[in-house]
Design a protein around this ligand. Structure first.
Ligand code: ZN
Length: 314
């Protein structure tokens, strides 16, 4: 079989590099919707690895990770195989500084998509057809949602051995067993035998240097392990989490915690409090089990039931 990667009709052979847009849509003003894909191929056969970000338009940490990868010489000239980079999958939402598409759809619930569907469905279809079908595995970069800060973590399905190997190679501070979600990229890619790890780090609409660093180092560790680059990177020992549980607000008020993000917390320890702005009442929050503080709500004003802290259990 000919060793060629074809994106939107453009053929890219071993030893070549290219920038191609994977979409042919346009805005009502006729402006074309370009979704640039960057491909770097070695002359030597090897894995095809994708790093992509910006599935949700306001999750910028991953965009910075992929951008940082792109300008590196070792990435542009892999020793074997092919490296594919998509800094912003969802360019439309990125322009609007929004998570979802203009019609309210979440692009990560539009997979596998269809050729004649809604904008999200078409973007998903273009990604599946032009990229996912031609890779072996990849990492999809995300952040926490509105005001939720996630400690850098890889999410994958533990049942799949290859996922474990890849996440070991990446070595993020935490690795979580995360079941597939309906119509997500991860699920639809897995159906086609492609392994996609999800990296979560930081919060939306905000750069977080630690998360960006961990994301970048993880990609380099993974590529080192695969023999695609030869770059020394600091080691990191992942903590494996089998389960996670959210501590929710029992009452409305202002939320405060002094716990260190990422720290181990013991069962039944006081982890924060919700105070009434009028001073008469303080409600204390306790941990339901031993675990690590891997997600935190940075919004001070909370309503009853809001997710406040995510505890990861080993
Ligand atoms: Zn996301």
């Amino acid at each position: 079989m000919e060793d060629v990667i074809t994106i939107n009709g453009k053929k890219i052979y071993p030893g070549e590099s290219a920038e191609v847009s994977m979409s042919n849509m346009s805005f009502p003003t006729r402006t074309e919707i370009e979704v640039p894909v960057f491909v770097y191929r070695s002359l030597h056969a090897g894995p095809r690895v994708l790093f992509q970000a910006g599935m949700h338009g306001e999750e910028v940490n991953g965009v910075e990770v992929v951008r940082s990868l792109m300008k590196r010489e070792d990435i542009q000239n892999p020793r074997c195989g092919s490296i594919i980079l998509i800094p912003i999958v969802n360019v439309v939402s990125f322009l609007m500084n929004a998570r979802d598409l203009p019609d309210g759809r979440d692009l990560n619930r539009c997979f596998p998509g269809s050729k004649n569907g809604s904008m999200g469905s078409r973007l998903a279809y273009d990604l599946m057809k032009n990229v996912i079908s031609q890779i072996d595995f990849g990492v999809d970069f995300h952040t926490g949602g509105a005001k939720i800060n996630n400690y850098p973590q890889i999410r994958c399905v533990f049942e799949d051995e290859r996922n474990i190997e890849l996440s070991n190679a990446f070595s993020a501070p935490f690795v979580l067993n995360a079941p597939y979600r309906e119509k997500s990229l991860r699920r639809e890619a897995a159906k086609k035998g492609k392994h996609i790890l999800v990296f979560e780090g930081g919060e939306s609409q905000r750069f977080n240097s630690y998360s960006i660093n961990e994301g970048l180092n993880g990609c380099l560790r993974m590529l080192n392990k695969l023999g695609m680059i030869d770059t020394p990177v600091e080691k990191c020992e992942s903590i494996i989490l089998r389960d996670t549980t959210w501590i929710r607000a029992k009452t409305s008020g202002m939320f405060r915690t002094s716990k260190k993000f990422g720290a181990f917390v013991e069962k039944d320890s006081m982890i924060g409090k919700i105070v009434s702005p009028f001073g008469e009442k303080e409600t204390f929050l306790f941990t339901p089990s031993d675990g690590f503080l891997i997600g935190i709500n940075n919004q001070p004003i909370v309503n009853e039931g809001d997710a406040l802290m995510n505890i990861g259990v080993e």
